[in-house]
Ligand binder design. Structure first.
Ligand code: FEO
Length: 164
């Protein structure tokens, strides 16, 4: 039995994953606008990942007999000053998401909702991977600084990311 409180928290997390989808699509649009097609590709693949996360929560709510509710998705920013600034914002966003996931894990443990805790443990591992992948690009961008050649090499690398 899943509680109404847990369904509510999962619906909020579903909204948060959809916001992540929106945010990374907005970042893809920013990168496309400055002709960094590899960066744009990387963000589009990431946006699809976030959609997958949202659907994973959606399916769990349905399977447990809860009601999915789709809340309004906040508007993400349109512009960032530099690729570095975009990745700093993305990394901070992921750290925030990790905090939210951890809070729902706490709730699942308090409620002894082991099925939801099991789902959330997948997200706990996923967040470790996501923070690592964002921070590794962030560190690279900090090293590159204003170096255009370095930026273009990174753009080529990020263009190779394929949907998982
Ligand atoms: Fe769904 Fe990037 O966390």
């Amino acid at each position: 039995m899943i509680t109404d409180r847990m369904v509510e928290e999962l619906n909020k997390q579903l909204n948060s994953e959809l916001y992540s989808y929106y945010l990374y699509l907005a970042m893809a649009a920013y990168f496309d606008s400055i002709n960094l097609k590899g960066f744009a590709n990387w963000m589009k693949v990431q946006a699809k990942e976030e959609e997958r996360h949202a659907l994973k929560i959606y399916e769990h709510i349905v399977e447990r007999g809860g009601r999915v509710k789709l809340y309004q998705i906040n508007q993400p920013p349109v512009e960032w000053k530099t690729p570095l600034e975009a990745f700093e914002a993305a990394y901070s966003h992921e750290v925030e998401v990790t905090g939210k996931i951890n809070q729902i894990v706490d709730l699942a443990q308090r409620e002894k909702d082991y099925a939801t805790e099991n789902l959330l443990q997948w997200f706990v591992s996923e967040q470790v991977e996501e923070e690592t992948s964002f921070s590794s690009i962030l560190h690279k961008l900090r090293l590159i600084g204003e170096n255009i050649v370095g930026l273009l090499i990174t753009d080529k690398e990020l263009g190779e990311r394929k949907p998982s």
